[in-house]
Design a protein around this ligand. Structure first.
Ligand SMILES: [Zn+2]
Length: 468
């Protein structure tokens, strides 16, 4: 399996630190509003990476944080006249709803920055003790010049950056030793949430959060650290400086970054008025469509969000779901149980699509090509099955389709959407409505069930149902 490593700027063979295990950290969102579709791209991409590792039999420890203390959260809290905690809790809950809609698996652990302050104070102290950090008037800065490899991830010319940054120095930070020194701890301002520390009552800088949470939940060394390409500098560069100075070990072996998402060929921004939240998209499309759209390009290529491309993804996804439905329909009506010799040969031919899929995914997670292999399988299944096909053959094709689409996080087996208990509950409700002569409600329930593929039949013995 090859992964493009931002650190080496080459595709490298993936070798895990520990056999059959992957330790992976993905920088999560700052929770002060609904997530936008730019936040959704890394979530979907790296969830797919995780799913592929799991498909290959790896045990994946996947950690992704929520940054729940930040200037933007504090600003929003002041605007609404509520606590920062209320804002962050609200948007973590909303973010989780969106993630569920996009079929993103919950992380093994979703740590919250505010619950890890103790570890941050500890790491900052360690950096001070080792000479990698210094305190000035209650603020602690990281001493970038002391970390010789600073800049190795972003491949930047630091002297150019330094001279550029000198003119852009943030007011109040002129006490820094070097323009590239960054904040590890800062004193509180009036009305801000704060924690006690040896240096001041205050709060941690953003970068130290990830170094600490990654260490706590994954250990000092991890396999993959990932995020959007806007995080390479300074966020990830600073994480490396902190973690490697504190732990004395290489932090992450592989660094993966997804490219930007544009909207109608323009950068997404509030000022351009083309800012889209996942929630807004969900009013127009099933979020499965958004997921499929995000995977229609390689993650390191810029992706353009447009109505046309979303429509194309929608119809593409429908083709896959329809093929799965068709196989299920045939299965339900199949006359023969076991595979014939011809069917065995026919099924063996679909090995090529699985190989195509895996080959694409092993090449730095080329989901666009992997999806093409799924379409090949769909086309094959559509043209090589009919009423004469055996149940075993149909099921084998169906299972293969589900297995591959599951790696992409696409749900094609909709049958599990409605459980037996729910059906029985709705039938009871319909009976009660009929008894109360609320026929409109009774009809609405029948239609609702029909939409989910459940057919009702009123008999003398009561209501019977079957799946369409
Ligand atoms: Zn981070």
């Amino acid at each position: 399996m090859k992964i493009f490593n931002t650190l080496s700027r080459t595709k490298q063979e993936f070798i895990p630190l520990e056999e059959n295990k992957v330790r992976m950290y993905v920088c999560g969102p700052t929770v002060y509003n609904f997530i936008h579709i730019g936040n959704a791209r890394p979530m979907i991409v790296f969830d797919t990476v995780r799913r592929y590792f799991e498909y290959k039999g790896y045990d994946v420890n996947f950690v992704s944080n929520f940054t729940d203390v930040d200037d933007k959260i504090i600003k929003k809290a002041l605007e609404e006249g509520v606590s920062s905690d209320e804002i962050s809790k609200r948007y973590i809950a909303e973010c989780k709803k969106d993630m569920e809609g996009m079929n993103i698996k919950p992380a093994t652990k979703h740590p919250l920055a505010t619950e890890e302050i103790g570890g941050m104070v500890e790491m900052i102290q360690k950096l001070i003790d080792k000479g990698f950090a210094y305190e000035k008037n209650g603020t602690v800065y990281y001493r970038t010049r002391k970390f010789e490899e600073y800049g190795k991830l972003s491949h930047k010319n630091l002297d150019d950056l330094r001279s550029g940054e000198r003119s852009l120095l943030v007011t109040g930070e002129d006490e820094k030793e070097d323009a590239l020194d960054f904040v590890l701890w800062k004193p509180k301002k009036e009305g801000e949430p704060y924690w006690e520390s040896p240096w001041s009552d205050g709060r941690p800088g953003w970068h130290i959060e990830c170094s600490v949470m990654s260490k706590k939940y994954l250990g000092e060394q991890i396999d993959i650290h990932a995020g959007g390409e806007d995080l390479v500098f300074p966020h990830h560069e600073n994480e490396i400086a902190q973690s490697e100075a504190a732990n004395g070990k290489e932090f992450s072996k592989y660094w993966m970054h997804n490219a930007f998402l544009n909207i109608d060929n323009r950068k997404m921004s509030k000022s351009l008025g083309n800012f889209r939240t996942v929630r807004e998209i969900s009013e127009q499309y099933d979020l499965q469509v958004l997921r499929f759209f995000m995977l229609s390009a390689h993650y390191r290529s810029p992706l353009n969000f447009s109505a046309d491309l979303m429509e194309a993804s929608k119809s593409g996804l429908e083709r896959i779901v329809n093929a799965a439905d068709h196989l299920k329909f045939l299965m339900g009506n199949a006359k023969n149980e076991t595979m014939t010799e011809t069917e065995k040969d026919s099924f063996a031919k679909t090995d090529a699509f699985v190989h195509g899929f895996e080959h694409a995914m092993e090449d730095d997670f080329n989901t666009a090509d992997a999806a093409a292999a799924v379409f090949d399988l769909v086309k094959y299944a559509n043209t090589n099955t009919d009423e004469e096909s055996s149940e075993e053959y149909l099921k084998a094709l169906f299972d293969r389709l589900v297995k591959l689409t599951d790696v992409l996080g696409l749900i094609v087996d909709k049958e599990e959407d409605i459980l037996e208990e729910e059906i029985e509950k709705l039938i009871k409700e319909r009976q009660a409505a009929r008894k109360a002569k609320d026929f409109a409600r009774a009809d609405a329930i029948r239609d609702e069930l029909l939409e989910k593929g459940i057919i009702l039949k009123d008999t003398r013995e009561g209501v019977q149902w079957k799946r369409a």
